[in-house]
Design a protein around this ligand. Structure first.
Ligand code: SF4
Ligand code: SF4
Length: 169
């Protein structure tokens, strides 16, 4: 894959597909969310692999790109909480909605039930979603707060951060 993304500072969805295979629709509609790494750089970093309780993250050496065995993943979100690069997400399809679990380091931390603005990988506003779960910093294994946002299904592979509505009104 070209390294243009380094200047741009975000991956496109097409580039992500070159970095790692995506879960099947069947797995995305499974009982648990599934974790997907958006981590294209070969850097010595392994906390995601080390914390996974079911050994679902494969990295033969510390410089490898993490690859998740989607059938093994139980959707615990520990990799999202611990990744220092904020590069892990979880996705879960539920009927015509999707729930995306993402790191959220900016303040304010939204509350469960808050309506929020969805941003794509480029930081552009693409729609609205609702926060359904919040893991605050003090409960996160990696000190990174994590939120789960319910959104229209078609935004599941585009929305990767949020803006709290009150913060911009
Ligand atoms: S969500 Fe949990 S089970 Fe799935 S890859 Fe991450 S740490 Fe492993
Ligand atoms: S912890 Fe994050 S940055 Fe480090 S290898 Fe895993 S996904 Fe990549």
């Amino acid at each position: 894959m070209s390294e243009e993304y380094l200047q741009r500072e975000y991956l496109t969805l097409e580039e992500l597909k070159e970095v790692t295979p995506l879960p099947s629709e069947k797995r995305l509609r499974g009982k648990h969310p599934v974790a997907v790494p958006e981590c294209p750089q070969r850097i010595p970093c392994t906390p995601c692999k080390e914390i996974c309780p079911v050994d679902a993250i494969k990295m033969d050496n510390p410089n490898d790109i993490p690859v998740v065995n989607y059938e093994k993943c139980i959707g615990c979100s520990l990799c999202v909480q611990i990744c220092p690069g904020l590069a892990f997400f979880m996705i879960h399809y539920r009927d015509n909605k999707a729930r995306v679990t993402m790191p959220h380091e900016l303040l304010p931390l939204p509350k469960r039930g808050d309506e929020v603005i969805l941003l794509n990988r480029k930081g552009e506003e693409i729609g609205e979603g609702k926060v359904v779960l919040v893991i605050p910093r003090e409960k996160s294994v990696g000190d990174t707060p994590v939120i789960t946002v319910e959104m229209p299904l078609e935004l599941a592979w585009e929305a990767r951060s949020i803006k709290v509505k009150e913060a911009i009104e």
